[in-house]
Design a protein around this ligand. Structure first.
Ligand code: UDP
Length: 341
């Protein structure tokens, strides 16, 4: 049985990926510092899969803690590295926190990969590496432009660190998955996106507003050059996204990669505006959302959506689930979690 280490595995994308891996008969070991997730997620994963992953509470920023973990756990076939801060707006306000956390933890892991010769690495990258692309849909060969936020910059720098590291360690391999905007939840509603404290991302803010936990959703920016003036993103169902990780891990383990550092866009190929998303949420749930239109959020770009043909060609991956399905699943998870009928 192949053994996979998932950093940030109790988090949103990590937990969904753990479920898909266990379902595909991989052995999963999770490390997380529980800064934005709860330990109960492990039992939630067990409710879906019948298996509870191994778990260690590790702060990957702490080099000694990380090194001590690897001293006794180093027989992994691959590492999937999710653990990172992820909010564009927050990163503008707290840049050092983002650079320190997202980059030091990456380097602490890579040094242990090298030390124990763990060959395969899947990295959570982001479409923010493209900044505001000149051409849409954006392909993997589009120029990497200056990032619009410290968060985006940490992903650009992280990809460069990985490239330099692999140049120096040709026996090691990596796939960076450039996510567009992950939303939705597992169909069982046992796991989902449940940020601790005030949500930064759009969909948890929507579901928490619908649940009455937040008074009002603010829609940031109405003067973008789009059909309704609100910003456009490519919203990808988290289960589709999780499945892309399984294909990436399999490709690396089977040595099917074409070079030792690969990059794939993981999105639907379709862009939706913030207002379209809000309207679809209202339609599928039958609820009315309390929202106001406000000024732009610093660090946001106007529009982006993916060209996913490379992921299809190389990984045989494409998104299957719809926006409506994703929004309904997010709401179902919020309802169950909050005890709403
Ligand atoms: N957004 C919004 N209100 C919110 C949160 C987000 O209008 O409370 C907008 C945000 O400005 C962007 C889109 O929703 O245009 C997606 O933002 P999110 O933070 O979910 O993801 P990002 O694209 O920043 O990674």
């Amino acid at each position: 049985m192949k053994k996979i280490l998932i950093t940030g595995g109790t988090g949103y994308i990590g937990s969904h990926t753990a479920v898909e891996l266990i379902t595909e008969n991989y052995k999963v070991h999770i490390v997380d510092n529980l800064s934005n997730s709860k330990i109960e997620v492990l039992s939630d994963i067990q409710k879906i899969t019948g298996k509870k992953p191994c778990f260690d509470k590790i702060d990957l920023l702490n080099k000694k803690e990380t090194d001590d973990f690897f001293k006794i756990n180093n027989d992994f076939d691959a590492i999937i590295h999710f653990a990172a801060y992820k909010a564009v707006g927050e990163s503008v306000a707290k840049p050092l926190m983002y650079y320190r956390n997202n980059l030091n933890s990456l380097m602490n892991i890579l040094s242990n990969m090298q030390k124990y010769n763990i060959s395969n690495f899947v990295f959570s990258s982001s479409c923010t590496v493209y900044g505001q692309p000149d051409m849409l849909p954006v392909t993997e060969s589009s120029p990497i432009k200056k990032a619009d936020s410290p968060y985006g910059n940490t992903k650009q720098i992280a990809e460069e660190i990985i490239n330099d590291f692999l140049n120096a360690n040709k026996q090691l391999k990596s796939i960076s998955l450039r996510y567009f905007n992950p939303i939705g939840a597992h169909e069982s509603a046992h796991i989902g996106e449940l940020p601790i404290g005030m949500p930064n991302n759009l969909v948890p803010f929507i579901t928490q507003t619908a649940a009455g936990i937040r008074k009002q959703l603010k829609i940031f920016g109405t003067d973008y050059n789009t059909s309704d003036g609100t910003a456009i993103r490519d919203y990808i169902h988290v289960v589709d996204l999780a499945q892309a990780h399984i294909l990436a891990v399999r490709r690396l383990i089977k040595n099917e990669n074409k070079n030792n550092s690969e990059f794939f866009n993981i999105g639907t190929g379709k862009g939706n505006s913030v207002l379209e998303l809000v309207n679809t949420f209202e339609k599928v749930t039958g609820l009315k959302l309390n929202y106001i239109l406000t000024k732009r959020r610093p660090g946001d770009i106007e529009k982006v959506w993916a060209d996913t043909s490379l992921a299809y060609k190389e990984l045989k991956w494409k998104a299957k689930r719809t926006l409506a399905n994703a929004l309904l699943s997010a709401w179902n998870r919020e309802k169950i979690y909050r005890g709403i009928k």
